[in-house]
Write a protein that binds this ligand. Structure first.
Ligand SMILES: Cc1ncc(COP(=O)(O)O)c(C=O)c1O
Ligand SMILES: N[C@@H](CCOP(=O)(O)O)C(=O)O
Length: 472
């Protein structure tokens, strides 16, 4: 049964497995569920103390509509989270009476992307094997999604993976996580542009229907609905640990492509008592400006010490516009056309009010980010990464007297950004021992201009989908 609809209202409805393998809808929109599943207070309360993978099954099951059995989902979730180096998978750490950090960086590539990607790779593999199908994944990354995808998909027989990253705009550790794999199904391309350019090329490929069909294009950015639902799970586990469903919780989320914070919004729509969702931006503050003025206006991207958030076009904001407008696909189409044409749109008053009723937004500049790293080190002996530091700085601005627990999502390990952390607090974080050798392995990188046609030719050349088709 097709249960998923596009935010632009002009693509076919699809079922869960098709949505997972399809990526962008054929009308250029993003898939969302036709209705929001609800979890009762009793069900939410029952998550307390249970293994993370079990909660993952409970939260994800209603989105799958029986297309994958509970037993299969459970086995894949169990295996995915066994790859994490902390027994709690995503531990909660108290930093002050009402402030907590949710450590999402204990997976194989030290960033929150592993939480979804480890499961997504298993789900995709499972469906591809059943269907005897092969796909080509092209993923855009500002640093972390790419590494997580390489780790999760390397060596998988039904997938070729092409990663597009902005040359010179990510950390050395991030780049090496994409360029040092020995797997022959992985291809890393350094593009001469920004993350927004990389993402525009991926979306351009999805909108080039002949190409997308020829290579069986799939996406593992947060375009992919399965990425979002896997990220919803940790909102539940952390809120329940702090007293939900009896107690409300706030979340502060370092934000770039708006996928992670949108997952928090989904948790709220499913019944989790989330009071406020706080968007934390670095100086690339398009979302903070949008919430304060109602004008969504793209400006130049500035390179910062939190490079994974150096983003102006926040893909998932489209999903929020769809919801905040009462699911008005024609309004969304108009706003997206205006964004494409003129780099801006103005939110209708009712849509802005609806967004402001659930979200706040703040920004931290480079000095505030460095100060937050220093404070965490001096006051708590914690080394925090610059993305987490942006969120800590924004929380400190906004929350003079918090009245409910505030959970700051800690999205990466400090060791992914050793230069920035050392410059801020004088201590250089070291990589965990399982990554010994990462910084000395030979790299395989191809550098290309942001030229969609040239990149499509490259993808056609490496895709085994095309070769298989040609052989038939
Ligand atoms: C470490 C880190 N923090 C925060 C973000 C922002 O997350 P999102 O793009 O889901 O808003 C990213 C990139 O996605 C990231 O890699
Ligand atoms: N910050 C991300 C950008 C891509 O976001 P995604 O959630 O849509 O994959 C990154 O690190 O690549």
């Amino acid at each position: 049964m097709p249960h998923y609809i596009s935010t632009r209202g002009e693509a076919p409805k699809l079922g869960f497995c098709d949505v997972m393998l399809t990526g962008l809808a054929r009308d250029g929109g993003l898939y969302v569920p036709e209705t929001w599943p609800q979890l009762s207070a009793d069900t939410i309360a029952s998550f307390f103390g249970r293994p993370y993978w079990e909660v993952a099954v409970e939260v994800i099951r209603p989105f799958v509509h029986g297309e994958i059995s509970d037993a299969e989902l459970g086995a894949m979730a169990n295996e995915a989270y066994a790859s994490f180096r902390h027994p709690a998978v995503v531990p909660l750490n108290q930093v002050s009476p009402s402030q907590f950090t949710l450590e999402l960086f204990h997976g194989p590539t030290l960033a929150f992307k592993d939480v979804a990607m480890q499961l997504l790779a298993r789900l995709m593999d499972h469906v591809l094997a059943k269907r005897q199908q092969r796909i080509t994944i092209v993923v855009a990354t500002s640093g972390d999604t790419g590494g997580a995808a390489v780790e999760a998909f390397a060596g998988r027989g039904n997938v070729d993976l092409v990663v597009l990253f902005p040359d010179g705009r990510i950390s050395d550790v991030q780049r090496r996580m994409m360029t040092t794999t020995a797997a022959s199904n992985v291809h890393a391309l350094a593009l001469q542009g920004t993350f927004d350019d990389c993402q525009a090329i991926v979306k351009g490929m999805f909108n080039h229907h002949a190409f997308r069909d020829e290579v069986a294009l799939a996406g593992v950015n947060s375009i992919n609905w399965a990425r979002i639902i896997a990220q919803v799970v940790y909102y539940f586990t952390s809120a329940v640990a702090l007293g939900a469903p009896q107690r409300e919780v706030d979340f502060t989320v370092p934000t770039g492509n708006f996928g992670d914070i949108f997952a928090g919004y989904v948790a709220k729509r499913m019944g989790l008592p989330v009071r406020r969702l706080r968007i934390a931006s670095n100086v690339n503050d398009i979302l903070a400006r949008t919430l304060s003025t109602g004008i969504h206006e793209v400006r130049e991207v500035h390179a910062t010490t939190s490079p994974s958030m150096d983003i102006q076009i926040s893909s998932n904001f489209e999903r929020l516009l769809f919801e905040a407008s009462g699911r008005d696909a024609s309004l969304v189409r108009g706003l997206m056309a205006s964004l494409k044409q003129s780099g801006r749109y103005v939110l209708p008053d009712a849509v802005l009010a609806a967004i402001r009723s659930e979200f706040d937004a703040g920004r931290a500049d480079e000095e505030e980010t460095a100060a937050a790293i220093r404070t965490a080190w001096r006051e708590a002996g914690e080394l925090v990464d610059p993305h987490t530091a942006v969120a800590l700085a924004v929380s400190d601005h906004e929350l003079a007297e918090p009245t409910v627990p505030n959970v700051v999502l800690s999205t990466a390990h400090a060791a992914k950004f050793p230069d920035a952390v050392e410059a801020a607090c004088g201590v250089r974080p070291g990589l965990p021992s399982w990554l010994d050798g990462l910084m000395t392995k030979p790299e395989q990188i191809k550098t290309m201009a942001c030229d969609q046609a040239a990149i499509e030719s490259y993808v056609l050349a490496v895709s085994r989908v095309v070769k298989q088709g040609a052989a038939q």
